[in-house]
Design a protein around this ligand. Structure first.
Ligand SMILES: *Cc1c(COP(=O)(O)O)cnc(C)c1O
Length: 425
């Protein structure tokens, strides 16, 4: 579509937006007389207004019932996580038996690596993308050491070609084929946190399987952002957090996916009582009998307080629908891209947008490389009540989130950016 740089144009797009009322369901920090322009939903999503009552319900039920709340609470704590399963499956395009809400992201990555990184003979390597979030690198390296191997040899990171900012899909496939029988696991992000590049989950999985390796994905920046189809992608496993695009609050409970073909199998895992067959869980027998679903990977009982908020957030995703959210996101980020390019052209090509333009290769986030004093531009944006994010030495990241950001936010951001590059703020 063709965009225009006018407030009335942005407001017209908002008026046509079928998701526009969701904005009213969120609490925005204030700056001066109005809400901030919140483009950091890729880092910590905003609070749904319903979170407060949901949390209070659990506190009240605890006060009323004490230990009996496990079964007597409005949402019984014993099976609390089960209330999140259907929404989670819809969110990531999985079968219900393939998903479970548990723990936190890096913990889930570790638990899944225990099952799916099984180095043997020549097959010892993990292939990942360069500069994945450092937590993932620590997890991979420590798992490799846990098997008595050397991360310098076993952890292979892919880089973009010289002079390029993102990784070409054909290069990923070629690298997988080249590593061949040495490859135990390919583990990429769904969306790279720095560049905003989205990877082809099905394509990478097919190539990994082609050489006999497993394929797993860290969907921290993809869950609630992309329209995922995990089951159909055939990926072996995936995990994600819920405080970024999923608006479930700091340190919120995370999610995990294990493909159907691995369920009910005798895979190595670190087990705990919540992964034991629930029909016999309270018999407290010594021999572990895994649940026939992804719940087999649970170790501990459900963290009800963070799940209460997550339930509210997932319910919003159910009402909005990933398909509609993604359709809005493509337009919203498309408008932001157009506005940034206009400001950049007017200032001698100050910005380079490194996030790929192809909607198959990006989500909501745009990452821009700033030539010159980017840090000051970032500071002047912050002073005007714009929330975005600066990564040294030269990357400005921002994510207009389709759940609660508006086209007017994008237009206002453009005005603020124009001021910031002109030295005002
Ligand atoms: C946000 C993020 C994390 C954070 O890990 P936690 O275990 O939730 O603290 C890890 N990996 C990636 C790729 C992320 O984007």
């Amino acid at each position: 579509m063709t965009f225009e740089n006018h407030l009335s144009f942005a407001q017209q797009l908002d008026a046509q937006d079928p998701l526009r009322t969701f904005r009213d369901e969120f609490l925005f920090p204030e700056h001066g007389a109005g809400p901030v322009i919140y483009f950091t939903g890729n880092s910590l999503g905003l609070q749904p207004k319903g979170a407060h009552a949901a949390l209070k319900q659990e506190l009240d039920d605890w006060a009323t019932f004490g230990v009996e709340g496990h079964f007597a609470a409005k949402h019984p704590w014993y099976s609390y996580h089960e209330e999140l399963t259907a929404s989670t499956a819809r969110l990531v395009g999985a079968l219900e038996e393939e998903v479970v809400v548990m723990n936190q992201l890096t913990s889930n990555l570790h638990f899944l690596l225990v099952s799916f990184y099984r180095p043997k003979g020549k097959r010892v390597k993990i292939l990942t993308e360069q500069r994945p979030f450092p937590s993932d690198t620590y997890a991979f390296a420590s798992q490799i050491r846990f098997h008595g191997l050397d991360p310098d040899i076993c952890l292979v990171e892919m880089r973009p070609r010289a002079g390029e900012h993102t990784i070409r899909h054909e290069d990923i496939i070629a690298r997988i084929e080249e590593l061949g029988e040495e490859l135990a696991l390919v583990c990429f992000g769904g969306v790279n946190f720095l560049t905003g590049q989205a990877f082809d989950i099905a394509g990478i999985t097919a190539a990994a399987h082609g050489v006999g390796a497993y394929a797993g994905f860290d969907l921290a920046h993809a869950a609630g952002n992309l329209h995922l189809k995990l089951h159909d992608s055939s990926a072996d496993f995936a995990c994600w957090c819920s405080y970024k695009y999923l608006n479930s609050g700091p340190g919120a409970v995370a999610g995990a996916f294990v493909h159907q073909r691995h369920l009910g199998q005798d895979l190595p895992r670190f087990a705990g009582w919540w992964g034991h067959d629930k029909k016999e869980r309270f018999k407290m027998e010594r021999t572990f009998k895994p649940m026939p679903t992804a719940e087999a990977w649970q170790v501990s009982n459900a963290p009800v307080f963070t799940m209460a908020i997550h339930r509210v957030a997932l319910e919003q995703f159910d009402r909005a629908g990933m398909e509609r959210l993604r359709a809005k996101s493509i337009r919203l980020s498309g408008y932001l891209r157009w506005i940034i390019e206009e400001v950049s052209t007017d200032h001698g090509g100050l910005f380079t947008i490194i996030t790929p333009k192809d909607p198959a290769q990006c989500g909501a986030q745009l990452s821009i490389l700033v030539s010159g004093d980017g840090r000051s531009i970032f500071k002047r944006l912050t002073d005007q009540g714009v929330f975005c994010d600066w990564r040294e030495p030269d990357v400005l990241r921002m994510a207009p989130v389709p759940m609660y950001n508006s086209f007017e936010d994008v237009w206002r951001f453009g005005q603020a950016l124009r001021k910031a590059v002109s030295g005002q703020g």
